[in-house]
Design a protein around this ligand. Structure first.
Ligand SMILES: Nc1ncnc2c1ncn2[C@@H]1O[C@H](COP(=O)(O)OP(=O)(O)O)[C@@H](O)[C@H]1O
Ligand SMILES: Cc1ncc(COP(=O)(O)O)c(N)n1
Ligand SMILES: [Mg+2]
Length: 524
């Protein structure tokens, strides 16, 4: 058993050191980030290998550098071809990264030749890192040999002894142990024990491919104790890259300062969540599809053809739970009628609703709005907007600040903000809002203690901002035209509450209002 010294010189302290690095800010503009280096093969289909490693690290908030050992021509049907990089060039990549970056953890995937393992070991002894995660990739899920038996010896005698954790699947564990049978959890446990004797500090034998198992069980061994990590087996074809993802997620958590068992548990849960989320997505026509590390591809937003346009503010319907109760209507029915009558955007403003109930209603409204090509925004409740995958939110001046909302919702969602003054309008633009709601233009009962700014106030807000503006507050059939007549080019529409929802027939009121707005638009 050989030791690289350098790799093992840290273990007693690396966790605490890394943890404190994460929180220490040297100066205001300098921030250390947790860093992983993956040394692995490229997968052209981007489900496994280097591409999976970079995605999982990004998803876990860790920087990931990449040293490529081989390039594979690969897709959901299998591996069509493999091209090994010259060991000298792998070494050059390793030197480039390790001599420059403060890499916390190195994770290895496909190491296709003993010479490549050799240059890796050399570089690690020259540039010690805090932990080494070895995923002993040998055969792809599709059955293609990615590293042949020629690497077994250097794996067993040189690489495993310096690894902090190794993560073989059952086939790889069997190969490393000279072909022992591993078909049960008991056999996985005994394999983990034997592998531990080869020198790694921790062993995780993965049971994704264990036959006849309703659970997906991984066996963890720390030299003393076993832990069985169970999760229900997810029925999906999208398991390409699960092994790479698990190992990189462990590396990412270690880089952030986690102890080993916590890192492994987080990684298992991450794979499980991502598989479950992506179980029915279709990428590629083969047997083994990639899954979605960012839990976003299923989001219909990513298929959204249209983006928010100022004219979407034309007839903006804002729901109100009190009014719906008064007229004995569900929010869903109110929204349906408003859209049918011509509403061009919907905001759910349900100040008194119970969270659970509101969420269910919001989900139904998202479906209705999406099938009608109308955006749905949620007033104030960022959590509900995220949970129901609404198109955006509308916030007031005393709600969460727009820049923070943007960082929570990401660049694609629509954010509107209420502004009464030029300063607020200016700030809304700076903070990255998409539109301004300005009012109350006229007195209203919908909002208590709301200062009325009048048409002059509305005009000022419009002039102060490059953002599109929608007028709100006491607007209905009788005065909508007078509002639009102020003629500011960025005033794009009116938002209404009572004029639609405190009425017996939402549909006919919406139609009337739409007609009147269309006429006033034609005149100007
Ligand atoms: N169908 C599945 N449902 C739930 N978890 C799975 C499934 N397939 C694999 N996993 C999990 O994914 C991780 C990778 O395991 P495995 O597929 O055995 O490795 P490899 O991809 O290296 O062959 C493990 O944590 C395993 O339990
Ligand atoms: C470049 C590369 N590295 C690793 C794997 C293993 O991943 P899986 O076992 O999920 O096919 C792969 N298929 N390709
Ligand atoms: Mg797998």
């Amino acid at each position: 058993m050989q030791s690289l010294g350098g790799i093992r010189s840290w273990p007693a302290t690396w966790r605490t050191t890394t943890a404190s690095m994460m929180t220490t800010t040297t100066t205001e503009s300098v921030r250390k980030v947790a860093q992983v280096l993956t040394v692995a093969g490229s997968d052209s289909g981007a489900g496994a290998g280097i591409q999976a490693d970079i995605k999982v690290c990004a998803a876990r908030g860790v920087y990931c550098a990449s040293v490529i050992t081989a390039v594979t021509a690969q897709n959901s049907r299998g591996v069509q071809s493999v091209h090994l990089l010259p060991p000298d060039f792998v070494s050059e990549q390793l030197k480039s990264v390790l001599s420059d970056f403060e890499v916390d953890v190195v994770k290895t995937g496909m190491l296709p030749s003993p010479e490549i393992v050799e240059v890796l070991l050399q570089n690690l002894s020259e540039y010690p890192v805090r932990a080494l995660v070895v995923d002993p990739v040998m055969v792809s899920t599709s059955g293609h040999v990615l590293a042949g038996s020629s690497i077994l010896s250097i794996f067993r005698y040189r690489l495993l002894p310096v690894a902090d954790i190794i993560t073989p699947n059952v086939k790889e564990a069997s190969a490393l142990l000279g072909g022992v049978r591993i078909q049960t959890v008991a056999e996985m446990r005994s394999a983990a024990k034997s592998l531990h004797q080869m020198g790694p500090r921790f062993v995780l034998v993965k049971g994704g491919d264990l036959p006849d198992s309703s659970d997906s069980v991984d066996v963890y061994f720390d030299g003393n104790e076993f832990h069985e990590l169970h999760s229900p087996r997810i029925a999906t074809r999208n398991t390409h890259g699960t092994g790479c993802t698990l190992a990189s997620c462990i590396a990412a958590e270690l880089a952030k300062g986690s102890p080993m068992l916590s890192a492994v548990k987080v990684a298992k849960r991450f794979v499980d969540t991502a598989l479950n989320y992506s179980k029915d997505i279709v990428i590629g026509s083969g047997m083994q599809g990639p899954f979605d590390h960012f839990l976003s591809l299923k989001d219909p937003q990513s298929y959204r053809q249209s983006t928010f346009k100022p004219d979407d503010l034309f007839l903006y319907a804002v729901t109100d739970s009190r009014m719906n109760r008064k007229w004995n209507r569900s929010i869903v029915d109110a929204v349906k009628a408003a859209i049918e009558g011509g509403a061009t955007i919907i905001q759910l403003r349900e100040k008194e609703a119970e969270t659970r109930e509101f969420l269910e209603e919001a989900k139904s409204c998202v479906d209705i709005c999406r099938s009608n090509g109308v955006f749905l925004l949620i007033n104030d409740r960022i959590d509900i907007a995220l949970a129901c995958d609404a198109d955006g939110v509308h916030v007031g001046q005393s709600d969460m600040p727009v820049d923070l909302v943007r960082s929570l919702l990401g660049p694609d969602k629509i954010i509107g903000v209420s502004c009464k003054t030029q300063e607020q309008a200016h700030q809304a633009w700076k903070d990255g809002a998409d539109y301004i709601g300005s009012g109350g233009v006229f007195p209203t009962n919908t909002k208590a203690n709301n200062r009325t700014i009048g048409l002059d106030g509305l005009r000022e807000v419009c002039k102060a901002s490059k953002l599109p503006v929608v007028a709100i507050g006491g607007i209905g059939i009788s005065n909508a035209e007078s509002v639009m007549r102020i003629g500011e080019p960025n005033l794009k529409g009116v938002a209404v509450v009572s004029a639609l929802f405190d009425q017996e027939c939402v549909l006919s009121e919406a139609k009337k209002l739409h007609k009147s707005l269309t006429e006033s638009k034609r005149e100007h």
